[in-house]
Design a protein around this ligand. Structure first.
Ligand code: SAH
Length: 261
């Protein structure tokens, strides 16, 4: 079925983690049926190439030092485009429902009577564990999954419940966490999480320059400081990303991706 968009409607569309083959079929139909696409910095060239040339595209993201448009300006741009009767796609990295500022956009547009619809996408944590041949949950030993952003840095949000996050049955998928990695590790260890808890760090998940590092909680700071790219990274902490039978040579090991091109 070809996807159609009512004029004046805004679709918030998940672009997935970067590999164009991980875009949903629905997302691909929507970006071909729209008049204008507003996209984030995390939406890379492979995805942008799928937008037909006749369709207007507007970057609303930040990249290397340049400031992103603030959320209010993005809300206003989306609203203005919809109010002129355009079909609008707002393309977001991963899944719009995970750290995607979706609620703000839905609220602003709805308050002005604009119809908003959402197309989900594959989130970075899913792509990260897939590339490692791993999982986010593990029967019996990882029965909880918590998505966290590292804006939970020490001091910023005193209400962070580190004791709950230190629960050994829980997998933590930490977004925007590379810079705060050592603080996160020390908080978790201080709250009782084992120093040898497995950690997977994945940069540029699903992309050709993907990098996977397997380590343990007490070596996480070393692993992230040795990072060579400034690409987006997700940290996965917990028994679910245990190296299993893979031998850990140094405690900070670069893994072969199971991603197939
Ligand atoms: N909505 C997105 C997350 C947006 S927050 C999603 O569902 O994936 C931005 C953060 O997502 C980045 O700082 C990084 O932590 C993570 N991220 C996004 N794409 C990624 C990728 N290809 N590889 C690793 N992490 C990624």
């Amino acid at each position: 079925m070809p996807e159609t968009i009512e004029p004046g409607t805004v679709w918030l569309v998940g672009a997935g983690p970067g590999d164009p083959d991980l875009l949903t079929r629905k997302a691909e139909k929507l970006i071909a049926a729209t008049d204008i696409v507003f996209y984030d910095a995390l939406v890379g060239p492979g995805i942008l190439d799928l937008i037909p040339a006749r369709i207007e595209r507007v970057s609303v993201g930040k990249r290397s030092g340049r400031h992103s448009k603030d959320q209010d300006s993005i809300n206003d741009l989306l609203l203005a485009a919809a109010q002129t009767g355009k079909r609008v796609v707002r393309l977001k990295g991963g899944d719009p429902a995970i750290f995607g500022r979706t609620a703000e956009e839905v609220e602003h547009l709805s308050a002005h009577g604009v119809r908003v619809r959402i197309c989900p996408g594959i989130t970075a944590a899913s792509a990260a564990v897939a590339s490692a041949g791993s999982s986010l949950t593990l029967r019996g030993s990882a029965r909880k999954l918590t998505f966290i952003t590292a804006h939970m840095r020490a001091g910023d949000e005193p209400e962070t419940d580190w004791a709950a996050l230190a629960d050994r049955q829980s997998t933590l998928a930490i977004y925007m966490g590379k810079a705060a990695a050592s603080e996160i590790a020390s908080h978790l260890i201080r709250s009782g999480r084992s120093r040898s808890t497995p950690v997977l760090v994945v940069e540029n998940a699903s992309l050709p320059d993907e990098r996977l590092v397997q380590t343990r909680l007490d070596l996480l700071a070393v692993a992230t400081s040795a990072s060579v790219t400034d690409g987006p990274a997700v940290l996965i902490i917990g028994e679910a990303v245990s190296p299993h039978k893979r031998s850990m040579a140094t405690g900070v090991d670069v893994l072969q991706s199971t991603r197939a091109d």
